[in-house]
Design a protein around this ligand. Structure first.
Ligand code: AMP
Length: 281
């Protein structure tokens, strides 16, 4: 596996790949990798000749009171996981140079602005889209891989691909990888206290319970009420717990029997740690 820290190094690598008509898969990450990231990289490996993994903690997607400064980092382990999972090149751009170039074309995401995470994290998806578009334009991948744990982010990237790249990139959404307890793996799980680690798996169970009620024909408000109550009583602070249309991402208000077309998504705090998760109905 090659390590590239500058655009020039990466471009030299990709130019060689393109002359032999290699297909390119791209997996953007913020590092502190775990089995969730590894699944994306492995899938990219199976579907492409060359796999680029980026590790970049993107300051543009953090709010002023969020955890940018203390976001966990572990270069040695990231490198090992990338190599083991089949990355061809690990792109580790130097922050300031990369950022100043990316900033030239700031993106404003005009879809999904008033739903789920967006109102609680103003500017977050604009920051994600700005950096991802910069990566896309630099790497010009055939396919790019994103986790469905960050479902709204995935939809934003679809929007970005359509509006700014004419749908040129094939986007691949990858199912959420969970621990045995059901807790979705996340770099931020490392912030959880011992007690938080014991409680955190409740989030997935609460989402599943709401999903079962919806499938049985409950109205969305009734389907989530019990789950929210249980979480709050157990010490979670619930930022949102919503049933949304999986395409428009707008809150879904009416009862509908059976599955398909909706998600239940939540953001909760355990102490200072913010967790998000979702299930498809
Ligand atoms: P991050 O490093 O948190 O920005 O995540 C990089 C990519 O990995 C994003 O597309 C995430 O959605 C994806 N990802 C993070 N956690 C998981 C997980 N538990 N399962 C699957 N994909 C994940």
């Amino acid at each position: 596996m090659k390590i590239a820290t500058t655009r020039a190094e990466l471009q030299t690598f990709l130019r060689k790949a393109r002359t032999r008509k290699a297909s390119v898969g791209f997996v953007p990450t913020m590092g502190f990798l775990h089995r969730g990231h590894a699944r994306l990289i492995r899938q990219a490996r199976r579907e492409n000749d060359v796999v680029v993994v980026s590790v970049f903690v993107n300051p543009l997607q953090f709010g002023p009171s969020e955890d940018y400064a203390c976001y966990p980092r572990d270069c040695v382990r990231d490198r090992a996981i990338c190599a083991r999972s089949g990355a061809s090149v690990l792109f580790w751009p130097k922050e300031s140079a990369f950022l100043s170039r990316a900033r030239v074309k700031q993106i404003r995401v005009t879809e999904f602005r008033n739903t789920l995470c967006a109102p609680f994290r103003p500017g977050h998806f604009d920051g994600v889209a700005t950096i991802v578009l910069h990566f896309f334009e630099l790497i010009r991948p055939d396919r790019a891989y994103f986790g469905l744990k960050d479902y709204q982010q995935y939809r934003v990237i679809e929007w970005l691909n359509q509006t700014h790249l004419g749908g040129r990139i094939r986007l691949c959404g990858v199912d959420t990888v969970r621990g045995k307890s059901g807790l979705a793996l996340s770099s931020r799980n490392r912030y959880l206290t011992k007690a938080g680690k014991r409680l955190a798996p409740m989030l997935y169970r609460a989402l599943q319970a709401a999903c079962r009620r919806l499938r049985a024909g409950a109205a969305p408000s009734a389907a989530v009420r019990d789950s929210v109550g249980r979480l709050e009583r157990s010490g979670f602070s619930v930022q949102y717990f919503e049933v949304a249309d999986a395409l428009t991402m707008k809150p879904s208000r009416r009862a509908r029997r059976g599955s398909g077309g909706r998600i239940v998504a939540a953001a909760v705090f355990l102490g200072e740690t913010r967790l998000i998760d979702n299930v498809l109905v």
